[in-house]
Design a protein around this ligand. Structure first.
Ligand SMILES: [Ca+2]
Ligand SMILES: [Ca+2]
Length: 101
C-alpha cells in the first residue's frame, strides 16, 4: 500500500515497512477468539446427575433410601417428606427424592 505512494524514497519506504513489520510482530495480533464463554447450559429443570449426587451425599448409611434423620440436613426436603413419601414407608427413595427436587 505504501509502495503506491509517490514521493517516498526507497529507503524511507523500506524503513516504514520494517517499522510496520515490527509493530505487527510485537502486537499479539490474536485471531478472533472463539466464544469460550459459551458454557454448556444445563437443560431445563434439575440435572438428574445433580439430584443423584445430592441423594448419595445425604444417604449417610448408603441403603439407597433417605430417612428423616438423613434429610435433617435438607430442611426444605424434610418439610415435604410426608408428601414425597409416596409408598409411606417412612423413607425416601431416589425416585421419591427426585420428584421433590
Ligand atoms: Ca439412608
Ligand atoms: Ca418411600
Amino acid at each position: 500500500m505504501f509502495h503506491s505512494k509517490p514521493g517516498i524514497a526507497g529507503v524511507a519506504a523500506t524503513a516504514m515497512v520494517t517499522m510496520i513489520g515490527l509493530a505487527y510482530a510485537q502486537s499479539p495480533n490474536t485471531p478472533t477468539t472463539p466464544p469460550a464463554g459459551a458454557q454448556t447450559k444445563a437443560p431445563s429443570g434439575k440435572d438428574r446427575a445433580a439430584i443423584e449426587a445430592a441423594f448419595a451425599k445425604a444417604d449417610a448409611d448408603h441403603d439407597g433410601k433417605l430417612s428423616k434423620k438423613e434429610l435433617s440436613a435438607m430442611p426444605d426436603m424434610l418439610a415435604k417428606f410426608e408428601s414425597l413419601d409416596k409408598n409411606k414407608d417412612g423413607m425416601l427413595s431416589l425416585e421419591e427424592f427426585a420428584a421433590g427436587s
